[in-house]
Design a binder for this molecule. Structure first.
Ligand SMILES: *Cc1c(COP(=O)(O)O)cnc(C)c1O
Length: 419
């Protein structure tokens, strides 16, 4: 892609181009942050309004039955399952990613303790997303396990040994976009006698996944990133059928009970994945999440996740090449993998000193990326709504911003609470 006209031609030939029309994208904005908060689907406001004014406003408590509120979590879970290589009845939408990680990590540790009590380690990597590490740190302390972190992906195999109970990884690294080989690492963990937990926060809706085929044991993921479910959308949790009924998860709330409305004093877990539910489902959030998931499923008739992946790689390849060519000499170093097979749906550059104000100055020019401490400029590419011309224009605005040194302005150097 050498010219803006070439970018326009690629868009004209793009079979996925019609999917963009599902989204309300502010005029002129180039949104490269769908990996942090996906764009609002056009269907969402009307659906949420319907839930508020009709189902809640008029139907009131009867809507638990008449509007199917109770069925939302498994129904949306089944839809997400189609995107992550899982079967129906294996996934539910619920709670947050952090909370779901707490549930599956505890379940995995219970299985490990029963089957192999000499295994005392949770293995992960230092560059995993902090909430995953914090939940693991707290859980390890609570359950008498030890959290052991590899300094790099290359250090993981050596930690998969007779002491490892659970390998807990995020499939696509949030800071540099690097993909772990889920199948190979799951096999290596299993060969060592350990279980696996995969966080799909930057994978679900971004690239094809085959949870069942990979042999994975547990997975969780995020609803508000590539699934476009809205701020704080419910997350999802998946458990391989062979494990689903082995143990209670620790948040044994009434929605995970086999018969919540029998109001019995003792807990009896629901069959299958439903026991991973805890309390009353957030109906408004689930309604918005379903609209978001539907925008990804809309690609199914156009080649599905495989076609989205092909476009995502073309977008990230083009962005990388254009930044390196047109923004050279400004101290930006590519930190996401150059190799397509290793890169998620994001491109990241490091800048030793001015990454934060550079991102802010770019946002002021209508190109939204984000900054990840200590030095990363991060750009997410959601192939559902991004065009090749957006890539061209984003790099052109970035080139001008850098050339004019706009990031030096004081207002761009004030750190906000959310970066
Ligand atoms: C975004 C993200 C989360 C978010 O967790 P919340 O509980 O929704 O705050 C968790 N893990 C990873 C790897 C993420 O990228």
């Amino acid at each position: 892609m050498k010219t803006r006209d070439e970018a326009l031609a690629l868009d004209a030939a793009d079979p996925l181009a019609p999917l963009r029309d599902q989204f309300a994208i502010p005029e002129g904005l180039i949104y490269l942050d769908g990996n942090s908060l996906g764009v609002m689907p056009k269907a969402t406001p009307a659906r949420v309004q319907q839930v508020v004014t009709q189902e809640w406003g008029v139907g009131l408590i009867g809507s638990w039955n008449s509007a199917g509120w109770m069925g939302l979590a498994p129904r949306i879970g089944d839809k997400i399952a189609r995107l992550i290589g899982a079967g129906p009845g294996e996934c539910v939408a619920a709670d947050s990613t952090s909370v779901n990680l707490y549930k599956v990590l505890n379940a995995a540790l219970s299985i490990a303790r029963a089957d192999a009590p000499q295994r005392t380690r949770i293995v992960s990597e230092r560059s995993n997303f902090p909430t995953d590490l914090y939940i693991a740190e707290a859980t390890a302390a609570e359950r008498g396990f030890e959290l052991v972190l590899a300094d790099s992906p290359e250090g993981l195999p050596a930690l998969l040994n007779e002491r490892c109970a659970v390998l807990m990884l995020t499939h696509v690294n949030y800071a540099n976009g690097r993909i772990h080989d889920m199948t190979a690492l799951t096999q290596a963990a299993h060969a060592a006698g350990a279980l696996t937990i995969w966080d799909l926060a930057h994978s679900a809706g971004a690239l094809p996944l085959d949870l069942s085929g990979s042999g994975a044991d547990f997975a969780i993921g995020c609803g508000y990133k590539y699934l476009n479910g809205g701020p704080g959308a419910p997350a999802f949790v998946w458990v391989a059928q062979r494990h689903a009924e082995r143990f209670w998860q620790p948040l044994a709330g009434w929605m995970g009970h086999a018969a919540p409305f029998e109001f019995t004093p003792g807990y009896r877990p629901a069959p299958g994945i439903r026991r991973y539910l805890c309390g009353t489902p957030p109906v408004l959030g689930l309604a918005a999440l379903e609209c978001g998931v539907d925008t990804v499923l809309a690609a199914e008739s156009l080649g599905g996740m495989a076609a989205l992946r092909t476009k995502s790689l073309a977008l990230t390849r083009a962005f990388t090449a254009l930044v390196e060519e047109r923004c050279a000499g400004h101290g930006l170093t590519l930190v996401s993998p150059r190799d397509d097979t290793q890169r998620g749906s994001q491109v990241c550059f490091a800048h030793a000193t001015h990454g934060y104000p550079m991102v802010q100055a770019l946002i002021a020019r209508g190109v939204v990326g984000d900054f990840r401490a200590p030095d990363i400029l991060r750009f997410g590419f959601t192939p559902l709504y991004l065009r090749f011309v957006d890539v061209w224009d984003a790099v052109e605005r970035m080139r001008q911003m850098l050339h004019n040194e706009e990031w030096r302005e004081a207002r761009f150097n004030q750190r906000a609470a959310v970066t």
